[in-house]
Ligand binder design. Structure first.
Ligand SMILES: Nc1ncnc2c1ncn2[C@@H]1O[C@H](COP(=O)(O)OP(=O)(O)OP(=O)(O)O)[C@@H](O)[C@H]1O
Ligand SMILES: [Mg+2]
Length: 305
């Protein structure tokens, strides 16, 4: 099936004016049997922004981005892209609409090189023959976009976990998407690898793309996002501009606590105390590693503060 545009439901929802959000989710509901993974979720995502989705295990974060990625169909609700209602029945359909995604456990063919893995299932053919030259040259240009030093002829098996994540992100760029969805892009990465992936995310934004990322690691969220969306038990409980919120506010929302006393209590809970501790490692290392890309993005920040 195609990624289809359907007749826009409400007044004023025709056309793709830049005043429209890039993506609008309206009343999205997803059920797995009796489990209500998403309960009437409403969310607008703008152009050229990085939005972090945070929440506890099982909160519904992955489900939310799977709905936009075309992995899952909502039981109820509407999705608008540039103001027009769309249905996204598959990943290919999402691809056609300019939506790309990277989920955990990305599969690669270990016996192939980076370029071949980038084009897995999307090989360029010329007169019925695989056009390696075009693929290598396009692969080099995508890697250059990310300013990555990974050589496209390297066997994928020789890459670190962080470099594989880079290749997974690079793969999303082949179709020049406007919206990129990342599920836990920094999970299992070292601090330096994380900093590298975060700098790619910022680069994608400076090119005019929007990134929505699910992330457990609050230092990463605060390092890179423009807005933070908190999901709790299938509902959005908060949407914040990152510069206007605090770790404490986000942790309290994730845990669903409202008073200072309750907050003190949850900081004793091992699950949340590690988040609180993370705040302290905010990261001379991370900011040092990000400094380089920060200089590049200064123009962006100056225009957005
Ligand atoms: N395919 C599925 N079948 C049944 N239940 C599911 C399925 N996928 C998710 N769920 C349930 O839906 C709820 C939301 O899951 P989801 O994976 O979106 O959470 P999450 O916020 O991404 O959690 P995590 O941080 O653990 O990745 C959970 O209760 C989960 O058990
Ligand atoms: Mg998840």
């Amino acid at each position: 099936m195609n990624g289809q545009r359907v007749n826009a439901g409400g007044a004023g929802r025709t056309g793709g004016s830049s005043r429209q959000p890039l993506l609008r989710l309206e009343n999205i509901c997803v059920k797995f049997g009796f489990v209500e993974a998403l309960k009437s979720v409403n969310l607008d995502i703008g152009r050229q922004e990085v939005v972090a989705i945070v929440g506890d295990n099982g909160a519904g974060k992955s489900t939310l981005i799977k709905v936009v990625a075309g992995f899952l169909q909502p039981g109820f609700g509407h999705i608008y892209l540039n103001g027009e209602e769309v249905v996204i029945p598959s990943i290919r359909a999402a691809d056609r609409l300019g939506i790309a995604s990277v989920f955990q456990g990305q599969e690669f063919c270990d016996n192939l090189n980076v370029a071949a893995n980038l084009f897995l299932g999307k090989e360029i053919n010329l007169g019925g023959v695989r056009d390696d030259e075009s693929m290598n040259s396009r692969a080099r240009s995508v890697m250059k976009t990310l300013s990555s030093a990974i050589r496209v002829g390297s066997p994928i098996s020789s890459l670190s976990v962080g470099q594989r994540q880079t290749v997974a992100i690079a793969r999303t760029l082949l179709n020049d998407p406007k919206l990129i969805l990342l599920d836990e892009p920094t999970a299992a990465l070292s601090v330096m690898q994380t900093a590298e992936v975060l700098s790619y995310i910022k680069r994608l934004r400076s090119e005019g793309r929007t990134v929505v990322m699910v992330c457990h690691d609050l230092p990463d969220v605060f390092a890179v996002s423009d807005r933070i969306v908190v999901i709790r038990q299938g509902r959005i409980t908060g949407v914040h501009r990152t510069v206007e919120t605090s770790y404490e506010e986000i942790i309290a929302e994730i845990a669903g606590v409202a008073t200072e006393h309750e907050y003190e209590e949850i900081t004793e809970d091992p699950k949340y105390s590690s988040m609180v501790r993370q705040r302290k490692r905010i990261d001379r290392t991370m900011s040092a590693a990000l400094e380089e890309s920060q200089a590049e993005d200064d123009g962006y920040w100056a225009g957005n503060e």
